[in-house]
Write a protein that binds this ligand. Structure first.
Ligand SMILES: [Zn+2]
Length: 242
């Protein structure tokens, strides 16, 4: 059974009543969750669950993962994965608490909203940094190797021999911060056929992305951009909060 992605249905709620579907190893699977699982470079949410009928019984989770997704059999949706089960990882020192939880129990799940808000800002900032790089050097952005979005910043890795100069990094930073200051609305478009397929929209940009985002660029703090050498044929551009 696929987990209901309540983080899409109710993006602003901080707690949810859900049912335990399975407990295996160090993971708890729920029938629905507000915890965003690691994906698209964004780290998974942290939070806490307590038994609905005895809130004094609680357990923390320190990661959220999406497993057993399905591929869409349609060439118009390359690399799109939908459905899947969402599992919440328990801190190894808390594993002894798992025997207080049973399949079928109702729990109230809350997420660490401070951390989620930072991840959301960081995620949107990564898109804005991408736009700023694209405006300066559009041939680079077609070769993205990966990205990592953390609460304190993010990075984009490109498959290229090109090395950005300090002047170019300064131009990218100024452009990114001007996009932030322009407070551009960034609505999410949901695919009518596959609700798990979502697009982040900002001006002329429409980027396929299932992550969590701010509602407009003005909610993103100003960023400081730098570059790093990470080996032959690769270039890393990263940001942290100013
Ligand atoms: Zn995104």
């Amino acid at each position: 059974m696929n987990t209901i992605k309540a983080y899409y249905l109710y993006p602003d709620i901080q707690c949810l009543t859900a049912k335990i579907i399975n407990i295996y190893g160090e993971y708890i699977e729920l029938d629905s969750t507000i915890a965003f699982p690691e994906g698209g470079g964004q780290e998974g949410d942290h939070g806490e669950m307590c038994l609905k009928n005895d809130p004094s019984i609680k357990i923390n989770f320190i990661d959220t993962q999406l497993i057993e997704t399905s591929k869409i059999n349609n060439i118009n949706y390359p690399d799109c994965k939908i459905g899947g089960k969402i599992i919440h990882k328990i801190f190894s020192e808390d594993l002894y608490l798992l025997n207080k939880f049973t399949t079928g129990d109702e729990v109230i799940i809350t997420i660490n909203t401070d951390r989620r808000n930072l991840l959301t800002q960081s995620h949107s900032a990564t898109h804005v940094m991408y736009m700023a790089i694209d405006l300066l050097k559009s041939d680079i952005v077609t070769h993205i190797l990966g990205c990592h979005i953390k609460p304190q910043g993010g990075r984009l890795d490109f498959l290229t021999d090109y090395r950005f100069s300090q002047e170019e990094i300064k131009i990218i930073e100024e452009k990114a911060n001007s996009i932030i200051l322009d407070n551009i609305p960034t609505p999410i478009e949901v695919d009518p056929k596959y609700p798990d397929v979502r697009y982040w929209i900002c001006g002329d940009y429409k980027i396929p992305c299932g992550g969590t985002h701010t509602k407009n660029t003005g909610e993103i703090p100003l960023i400081k951009i730098s570059r790093k050498s990470i080996g032959a044929g690769k270039e890393r551009v990263l940001f942290q909060w100013k």
